[in-house]
Design a protein around this ligand. Structure first.
Ligand code: KG4
Ligand code: ZN
Length: 345
């Protein structure tokens, strides 16, 4: 199986990793979180500048940790969509330059494919077909994976992505950025049943509710109203609100995932994306799997949030199929997961 070096710079992590046979040989992540924290979110121009400063060091470190030379690398990959355009450009330009210099094939990777395949790194025996619940800062999707590059989008969000909802609610509760880990941490001291909150459902034009789509704007507004009401009554019970919010999200996502897996008769569910690190979601889904005919796989915590190993893993799957990208491939801020094969050929 091929040895792939991949670069990931779609948002606020400069990441470079080397993967062989679904095994991580090195996985370097230079996080910019402390830099963006003071602005309460990612500032795109600052992100690009820091990627530029960090990228060469990360590439060198990845090779050193894997104890490999360029001669042993079979292909070079980079996330080219979706993400911040300036940030993506730094990573793809670096990867293409290295590929040209060392005469290696280049592969552009869809960031979400990285999140889908992150579970392969801890469960190398996993194979399609499976259902992927992809929960990140930009996506809340249920994707049927029939094979590498063969995806059907079964459910998505009608408004905020789930990670975005975590970040916005954290801001409301003055917990800082990034919000997901902060909510997860403080929720451990709270009562998840303290405040009943709406799960958010999406109506269908023909009546009833969409079984796989999510909506988080109503839940976010309910938390805002609750905070406003409690502010008038004295100290805000932040831990109880965080725990109630998190449990509501976990319940809503678990219901949709279970329904989808059962309807499509998929025996494997794989979870990916930053919110896959959430402890309540992990508990709810694992408990649901106990009573149903499917298994649930989560990546280890550090492979849930953005990293280079998941991009290298996705690239390796394409590499083995013979997929290669053109050096003229550009970057795109948005691209649907069902369009990934446009990156090759
Ligand atoms: O996958 P990711 O690193 O970047 C994107 O592709 O978007 O996901 C980042 C998102 C952020 O919204 C962050 O708040 C959320 O994942 N997140 C969490 C947790 N860790 C990260 N949300 C809930 N609980 C967590 N433990
Ligand atoms: Zn991501």
């Amino acid at each position: 199986m091929a040895i792939i070096l991949a670069v990931e710079t779609s948002c606020d992590e400069t990441a470079v990793a080397i993967v062989k046979n679904r095994n991580i040989l090195s996985n370097v992540v230079a996080s910019q979180i402390p830099i963006h924290q003071r602005y309460g979110g990612v500032v795109p121009e600052i992100a690009s500048r820091h990627h530029l400063e960090a990228i060469n060091v990360c590439v060198t470190q990845a090779l050193e940790e894997a104890q490999l030379t360029w001669a042993e690398i079979d292909g070079i990959a980079a996330t080219c969509t979706p993400g911040l355009v300036g940030a993506l450009l730094v990573g793809t330009t670096a990867a293409k330059t290295l590929a040209m210099l060392y005469e290696k094939p280049f592969l552009g990777v869809h960031h979400l494919e990285g999140h889908i395949y992150a579970s392969y790194l801890s469960n190398p025996e996993l194979e399609p077909p499976f259902l992927c619940l992809l929960v990140s800062g930009g996506h809340t999707s249920l994707i049927r994976v029939a094979g590498c590059g063969d995806y059907t989008l079964l459910g998505s969000t009608r408004d905020d992505a789930v990670g975005e909802a975590f970040d916005k609610v954290a801001r409301l509760l003055k917990l800082g950025y990034p919000g997901g880990p902060a909510i997860d941490k403080i929720a451990k001291q709270g009562n998840p049943k303290a405040f009943p909150l709406p799960e958010g459902r999406v109506s269908r034009p023909e009546g009833g509710y969409h079984p796989y789509d999510s909506s988080f704007s109503g839940l976010k507004t309910a938390v805002l109203r609750l905070v406003q009401q409690l502010e008038g009554e004295g100290e805000i019970p932040v831990a109880d609100i965080a725990a109630s919010f998190q449990a509501t999200v976990a319940r809503a996502l678990t219901k949709r995932t279970v329904q989808c897996a059962l309807d499509y008769q998929l025996q494997t569910v794989v979870v990916g994306g930053g919110v896959a690190a959430n402890s309540a979601l992990r508990e709810h889904l694992a408990a649901a799997a106990q009573g149903h005919p499917f298994e649930v796989h989560f990546p280890p915590l550090k492979l849930c949030t953005d990293n280079g190993a998941m991009i290298a893993c996705a690239a390796a799957e394409h590499f083995e199929k013979g997929d290669r990208s053109s050096f003229s491939l550009g970057v795109e801020s948005r691209m649907g997961i069902t369009e990934v094969m446009n990156l090759y050929g």
